[in-house]
Write a protein that binds this ligand. Structure first.
Ligand code: ATP
Length: 266
């Protein structure tokens, strides 16, 4: 589907999200286009997950406008919109039954159930699931229960499932969390390959760590305290002054062969 849609896939204008006294997001503007791959970066509590919940039609703004894939939240049936969006998050992972098999988890995505094996899937579904499991390195364990997988294998199973419905927008909330160094590097490589695929959907990845940003990601949005510190092309946003501002720590930032690294300034 990616590449067919030429309008912005996400358009957020003047958005506030307020819960009681707390401003989870304040005055947020953000546009994602189909060929863009965004990283959302910011410290704990900055509002990253809240922004992803808006972009995945899981939450409505208190004020402002959210348009996703051309539809305005509040004026669209979110149950028709959500299948067009691939989402992975720790909250979704927790809803997967540990006894469900990897193959079932992936193939059942199109039916909006986690891991329930229907009487029949058509050949197209089964073929697509097999291809995705191959691409994400979980084909060998298609018959294994989810609960027996390593954290990296679980993350890759979830991404394969999120891609199963051929979404126009792919949202990944902290896919690198809990991975060891090898697992992280493997994921960064796979995500970078996906980012370079011109037929792949627009992608948004949430992380706390610049080391987890796949080299082919094009744009970055920095959040702090519910407000946007900066948003735009990755090289213009992932700078020492802006990252220091977002994280409230003086940082040195380097980029080598596409990969970012950051540490506290001397
Ligand atoms: N229902 C709520 N009522 C009040 N505050 C809330 C509510 N939900 C979330 N928050 C607060 O909003 C802030 C933003 O939360 P959010 O989960 O979006 O941040 P985040 O950037 O994803 O954080 P993390 O990196 O720790 O996952 C946090 O301080 C959180 O405690």
């Amino acid at each position: 589907m990616g590449g067919v849609w030429t309008e912005p896939v996400v358009e957020i204008r003047g958005v506030d999200v307020v819960r009681g006294e707390a401003h989870l997001l304040r005055g947020v503007d953000w546009t994602v286009r189909p060929d863009e791959r965004w990283v959302l970066l910011g410290p704990n509590g900055a509002g990253k997950t809240t922004l992803l919940q808006l972009a995945s039609a899981q939450m409505h703004p208190t004020r402002g406008e959210v348009r996703i894939l051309g539809e305005t939240l509040g004026a669209v049936d979110v149950f028709e919109l959500r299948p067009r969006i691939g989402l992975t998050s720790a909250a979704l992972a927790q809803r997967i039954n540990p006894s469900e098999r990897v193959g079932d988890i992936v193939v059942s995505a199109g039916y909006a159930v986690v891991g329930r094996w229907r009487e029949r899937y058509d050949v197209h579904d089964l073929t697509r699931a097999a291809v995705l499991m191959q691409q994400w390195g979980v084909a060998r364990m298609a018959h294994r229960p989810f609960g027996t997988l390593s954290e990296g294998e679980r993350k890759r199973t979830q991404i394969a499932r999120a891609l199963m419905t051929d979404p126009e927008l792919l949202l990944l909330d902290e896919p690198g969390a809990g991975l060891d160094l090898g697992g992280r590097e493997d994921l960064v490589t796979r995500l970078s390959d996906l980012a370079r695929d011109r037929y792949a959907p627009a992608q948004v990845l949430v992380t706390h760590h610049v080391e987890e940003i796949p080299p082919a990601y094009t744009h970055a949005l920095l959040l702090r305290g519910g407000e946007v510190v900066a948003a735009g092309p990755a090289d213009e946003v992932l700078t020492a002054p802006l990252l220091s501002d977002a994280f409230g720590v003086p940082l040195e930032v380097q980029r080598e062969r596409g990969r970012f690294s950051a540490r506290r300034a001397a």
